[in-house]
Design a protein around this ligand. Structure first.
Ligand SMILES: Nc1ncnc2c1ncn2[C@@H]1O[C@H](COP(=O)(O)OP(=O)(O)OP(=O)(O)O)[C@@H](O)[C@H]1O
Length: 258
């Protein structure tokens, strides 16, 4: 398998605190790569470095989604990274609460047409009808079509996350970064989200990086697991290997069994 993302020697300090300490990671194309670790391990800092929200002190990230020789992501603003085919689903869903689900879904469809987030890009490759069809299609994919005319502010947290996922999928990403996709969900919603992510994985070839605390989600979805502790990757491998790894149990749960 080839790499879609190669991270080398990434460091990030906050006033002397080493949030990321020489992080090296290879994300293989087509994989579901989980990054786990205890609170404060540096998972969000790492994700923020990948999407341009934070600038690392040192290190490189090469993205191979568009060019066989790879291209660096560091120094690019978040929207430029997004336009390269990298989408992120946030821990707290980021949707336009005053707009309907349908309007929310149309925004990324239009943005995908001309690479911008302007509302007035009707004159792109698709007609208005085709944009509406694409928005409905993506809502249907995540099981939200029936709620298309509701305001997204009135949705449950689980449905907001589905909507945000739909908005990411509408951009046809090559790499999807999921920041705790089931945080705060009841078990039934968590299982629905697992099923949805599996379904999406079967239908579309999207590489996924998942940051997740819930081991049920990790072991249901991941093909590879990297364990971050105190800003450093301390172990990585297949989920079953990581489950029994003493270093992981010690770092992640203070010795408890995963
Ligand atoms: N903007 C910041 N300024 C100062 N310190 C920060 C900042 N962001 C994160 N940190 C610190 O960096 C370390 C790593 O934090 P980070 O949020 O990346 O961990 P995490 O693994 O995502 O934790 P959690 O699982 O609790 O979300 C922590 O000690 C945190 O307090």
């Amino acid at each position: 398998m080839s790499s879609i993302l190669t991270v080398e020697g990434v460091n990030k300090n906050f006033s002397g605190l080493k949030a990321l300490d020489d992080v090296n990671l290879v994300v293989e194309e087509g994989s579901v790569h989980a990054i786990i670790g205890p609170n404060g391990a540096g998972k969000s800092t790492f994700l923020n470095c990948l999407v341009g929200r934070l600038v690392p002190d040192t290190g490189t990230v090469l993205y191979y989604g568009n060019k066989p020789e790879g291209e660096t992501l560091f120094g690019l603003p978040p929207h430029a990274i997004n336009q390269k085919g990298i989408s992120r689903v946030f821990q707290t869903p980021e949707v336009f609460e005053d707009l309907t689900l349908f309007e929310n879904a149309m925004i990324p469809v239009m943005a995908h047409l001309d690479g911008s987030y302007r509302f007035n890009s009707w004159g792109g490759v698709l007609s208005r009808g085709e944009i509406a069809d694409a928005a409905e299609h993506i809502l249907s994919d995540v099981g939200l079509l029936e709620k298309r005319n509701m305001h997204s502010g009135s949705l449950s947290r689980g449905d907001k996350r589905r909507l945000e996922l739909a908005m990411c999928l509408a951009q046809d990403p090559k790499l999807l970064l999921l920041d705790e996709p089931t945080a705060g969900m009841a078990r039934a919603d968590t299982n629905n989200t697992i099923d949805l992510l599996k379904k999406i994985g079967e239908e579309r070839k999207i590489t996924k990086v998942i940051i997740e605390h819930d081991m049920h989600v990790v072991f249901s979805l991941a093909t590879k697991v990297s364990v971050l502790a105190r800003g450093h990757i301390i172990a990585e491998g297949a989920p079953q290997e990581m489950k029994g790894d003493a270093r992981v149990q010690e770092a992640y749960l203070g010795g408890a069994h995963l």
